[in-house]
Write a protein that binds this ligand. Structure first.
Ligand SMILES: [Zn+2]
Length: 454
């Protein structure tokens, strides 16, 4: 152990003694250790219970030891109630101290003390006032300069990458070809991160990177277990990119990243239970329950694409799916399936033209879109009855948004739900801008960094 590390051990031990003698509560202080050449000291405590007399010398000592406030931000972050407040502000946006107190069932005085600490550390700020009958209350939010997060989406062949502040404001963006093989993709991602960093003002505190992949991702958000779109199997994407860009990297399924976008920065911000179904050449599903994405036991929740729905709903013989089974939802309702069926009956394999033909009454175009819509409607109706979400957002291509497909899907859902479940406002159709996937990926990096969960 280096001299510096020995000094730190002695210092931490002293602080433990001080804390114990003052009968204050230090939950847990670990021994300092060396990680990737960076001297890290983890100490986790309930911020409201530790006195400035302990906190400030400790911060000062560590800052001198590890050199710089950036490292401090990575290693020193509040726990307990303070972290709950940060998580609440990240999820809900601007709130007054009274809002925070009632949401977390705390006294206003206690909230004022903790938010004061968070403000003094530059983690949150007051940014606006809400008029009231007595005196105006200030609105709090995460400080835009506290940290920045990079998000990268490989959802489309033209990959997108962004930098956002903790409140979701886009600070920089870039697009690049994702590449045909793993090594090329990693190199291009690394180059995109360099481009983004150069576009941001000097001194920007980059805290973490989030990646949205069309893939089944491990529960620890490190490994791409499999992706038929990318052709990657058991790739430790997190370690590979982290080595290149020098930041922590978290990997997520792309539809889950969309759900993170919706719950942090989109229209579902205050909605505890909602579902996103993303229909493209594949079909992805994400469930958000109590504000968090549901991952299942192994991280694979959301494989609705392989529900064997076509066996019972379609008159034609079930078709083989890329998963090895037959008659999966994806073989009927994905954009790729719609185009393939059009080609078989000499219609142009183009969603815009198929949609136009259906609107004009072409029987084959109508049959193809009705089959696709009914199968997806069956899946959506099942989800509604299983999960009772406030909304199901169905993300589809722009050309399918206003026409036969959405009308048929809506009708199928209404006809097949229990009457008490029938709420027309439940279904929402949208077409996402490609940047949204990358913003969702950056959002998950911020959740992981700010409150180690999502
Ligand atoms: Zn399948």
């Amino acid at each position: 152990m280096s001299v510096a590390a020995k000094d730190a051990v002695a210092f931490i031990a002293e602080i433990q003694l001080v804390a114990m003698s003052r009968r204050r509560f230090v939950h847990h202080i670990t021994r300092p250790h060396l990680t990737r050449g960076l001297f890290r000291v983890q100490y986790i405590f309930d911020l409201e219970l530790i006195s400035h007399k302990i906190l400030y010398p400790l911060n000062k000592f560590l800052r001198e030891l590890i050199g710089g406030s950036k490292a401090m931000n990575e290693t020193v972050f509040p726990d307990g109630i303070a972290r709950n407040i940060v998580a609440l502000l990240a999820r809900q946006g601007g709130m007054t101290r009274s809002d925070i107190a009632s949401s977390l069932q705390l006294s206003k005085g206690r909230v004022s003390v903790i938010t004061g600490h968070l403000m003094s550390q530059g983690i949150i700020e007051e940014y606006a006032y809400v008029p009231s009958s007595r005196r105006p209350s200030s609105l709090l939010r995460l400080h835009p300069k506290y940290a920045s997060f990079i998000g990268i989406s490989l959802h489309n062949r033209e990959a997108s990458a962004v930098v956002i502040d903790p409140n979701g404001t886009v600070l920089a963006k870039t697009f690049f070809e994702r590449g045909d093989d793993y090594e090329t993709s990693i190199r291009r991602i690394s180059e995109a991160v360099t481009t983004l960093k150069n576009e941001c003002p000097s001194g920007t505190n980059f805290a973490a990177v989030g990646m949205a992949l069309p893939a089944y991702v491990s529960m620890d958000k490190q490994v791409c277990i499999t992706s038929s779109v990318l052709g990657w199997d058991n790739r430790d994407v997190s370690t590979a990119i982290s080595k290149e860009v020098g930041l922590p990297v978290f990997v997520e399924n792309d539809t889950n990243a969309l759900a993170v976008y919706e719950s942090m920065f989109g229209g579902m911000r205050h909605i505890p239970a909602f579902v996103v179904i993303a229909v493209g050449d594949g079909i992805g599903v994400a469930y958000t329950i109590d504000g968090s994405v549901h991952h299942g036991e192994h991280g694979g929740a959301g494989e609705l694409a392989h529900l064997p729905v076509a066996r019972s709903l379609s008159e034609e013989a079930p078709r083989p799916c890329r998963c090895g089974n037959k008659g999966c939802l994806e073989t009927v309702s994905s954009s790729q399936a719609i185009r393939a069926r059009a080609k078989e009956v000499s219609l142009p394999p183009n969603i815009h033209l198929i949609s136009t033909k259906a609107r004009e009454g072409d029987p084959e175009a109508l049959r193809i879109l009705h089959t696709a819509a009914n199968s997806l409607g069956y899946a959506a109706a099942s989800l509604i009855q299983i999960l009772d979400p406030r909304h199901i957002i169905i993300a589809i291509e722009d050309d399918l948004l206003h026409g036969v497909f959405t009308a048929a899907l809506r009708q199928f859902v209404e006809q097949n739900l229990m009457p008490s479940f029938n709420r027309p406002e439940r279904l929402k159709f949208t077409c996402y801008d490609s940047l949204v996937w990358a913003i969702g990926a950056a959002g998950l990096a911020s959740r992981k960094h700010l409150f180690r969960s999502y």
